[in-house]
Write a protein that binds this ligand. Structure first.
Ligand code: DAK
Length: 260
């Protein structure tokens, strides 16, 4: 894989993807989006992977949005193409078979906030700032922000952020439920890796099915979603891991899951 805008590191079966364009505060240009798509597509085939942590390089920005200089002169068709690519990348992250954690290490604005919202869990450093400032530029969010933000924080709070373009700090993001946890900058990556380590001790198939049923179920009505849960619950009983997990409990030992 030839990566010019990202770095990819694999440690203890966890992939750390870092958007690496510090000069433009890790803004997302089409090449970076294409690389994200390539990396997540390749990692999706990695059976032993526990999950992915995505972050930005440096201590100032996670991702300061879509690259404004790249899109300034776009016409309708280029705008549409950029929007399609952005949605494809974020949908790929949201549907990625393993957990994805956003380690938000600074500004998460516009497309950066939208990318963080497509992840399963958001942990941020205490200097992080969030916002959807698109109205300042005469546009609306184009990578799902108008949809994922109200689903995460409620319609009223989302519309206030979308109408004002205001930035909120880490404490406020935590208060409204936009992030799971706030930690010091130097603890950010260790904290995310510690969550992944805990996840790595659980039944891998169960983790995968949990993500699937939550993500799919949120798009269904409650009755259908619960029926889907019942289907996936029963599938667990086709796995060796279910036998191992329950046997280990009864034998008062730690389960040795094999992802089968
Ligand atoms: N794009 C390009 N360059 C950026 C950038 C961005 N989003 N954000 C920052 N930079 C660049 C700055 O231009 C500056 O470059 P130089 O002047 O050094 O060459 C460098 O990063 C450092 O930034 P500042 O000098 O501005 O740093 P400050 O600490 O003073 O301010 C800031 C930091 C994050 C508050 C400020 O840089 C800022 O307000 N940045 C813009 C934030 C923003 O508006 N982001 C949202 C972008 S809109 C679409 C779908 C989706 C989208 C668009 C279209 N379609 C379907 C077509 C998404 C849109 C967005 O994300």
């Amino acid at each position: 894989m030839d990566l010019n805008n990202l770095t990819l590191e694999l440690t203890d079966r966890v992939a750390v993807v870092t958007v690496n364009r510090p000069k433009s505060l890790n803004a997302l240009n089409p090449d970076t989006l294409a690389e994200l798509l390539e990396v997540f597509t390749a990692l999706g085939d990695h059976e032993d992977l526990v999950g992915v942590v995505i972050t930005g390089s440096g201590e100032k920005a996670f991702i300061a949005g879509a690259d404004i200089s790249a899109m300034k002169d776009y016409g309708v068709l280029e705008g549409r193409q950029m929007g399609k690519l952005g949605h494809l990348v974020l949908d790929t992250i949201a549907a990625f078979p393993k957990p994805v954690i956003a380690a938000v290490n600074g500004f998460a604005l516009g497309g950066g906030c939208e990318l963080a919202m497509a992840c399963d869990i958001r942990i941020c450093s205490d200097n992080a700032k969030f916002g959807q400032p698109e109205v300042n530029l005469g546009v609306i969010p184009g990578f799902g922000g108008t949809q994922r933000l109200p689903r995460l924080v409620g319609t009223g709070r989302a519309l206030e952020l979308l109408f004002t373009g205001d930035m909120i700090d880490a404490a406020e993001a935590f208060r409204i439920g936009l992030v799971n946890r706030v930690v010091k900058q130097q603890e950010l990556l260790p904290e995310c890796l510690a969550i992944m380590k805990k996840i790595s001790t659980k039944g891998p198939l169960a983790i995968q099915l949990c993500k699937d049923v939550v993500r799919t179920g949120m798009e269904l009505d409650l009755a259908r979603a619960c029926r889907y849960e019942a289907d996936l619950f029963s599938i667990c009983f086709a796995s060796e891991d279910q036998k191992e997990g329950m046997t280990a409990f009864l034998e008062k030992r730690k389960a040795d899951f094999k992802n089968r």
